[in-house]
Write a protein that binds this ligand. Structure first.
Ligand code: HEC
Length: 105
């Protein structure tokens, strides 16, 4: 039988990897996929712009994460930018805003 201390230690490690921004790894993969394909359909496959503006660190410089995540969640009424509220949690939108500010390959 495994030593109880080892079990507790592995649970702590597990809890930590999940709480990194609270988004589990498989969901992060889904979100990056969404970014590339769904967001990419307007913002360009490499997010360098298309119908929507580039989602690149240069273009997003000085734009706060909260402002970008609100745009992602609620869209921009009167423009083609749709709201993603039905598909994303607040935290996921913040995570995506951080990714695009940081630069996604
Ligand atoms: C149907 C086309 C379309 C899709 C799909 C789309 N966007 Fe947009 N997005 C736009 C347009 C157009 C704008 C510019 C709106 C404006 O004129 O202010 C925009 C603006 C933005 C902005 C603000 C950029 C800035 O410089 O202020 C962010 C951030 C953004 N989109 C993220 C996303 C993300 C993330 C997704 C996918 C989850 C996504 N968009 C999907 C069309 C789209």
């Amino acid at each position: 039988m495994k030593h109880p201390v080892l079990i507790i230690a592995s649970l702590l490690i597990l809890a930590q990897s999940v709480s990194a921004a609270g988004i589990p790894e498989p969901r992060r993969m889904e979100l990056l996929n969404l970014l590339k394909h769904d967001c990419g359909s307007c913002h360009g496959l490499s997010l360098k712009g298309g119908l929507g503006p580039p989602l690149t660190p240069t273009n997003l410089k000085g734009k706060p994460v909260d402002y970008l995540s609100a745009t992602i969640l609620y869209g921009r009424p009167g423009t083609p930018m749709p709201p993603w509220r039905p598909f994303l949690t607040d935290r996921e939108a913040v995570w995506l805003a951080e990714r695009i500010k940081e630069g996604v390959r």
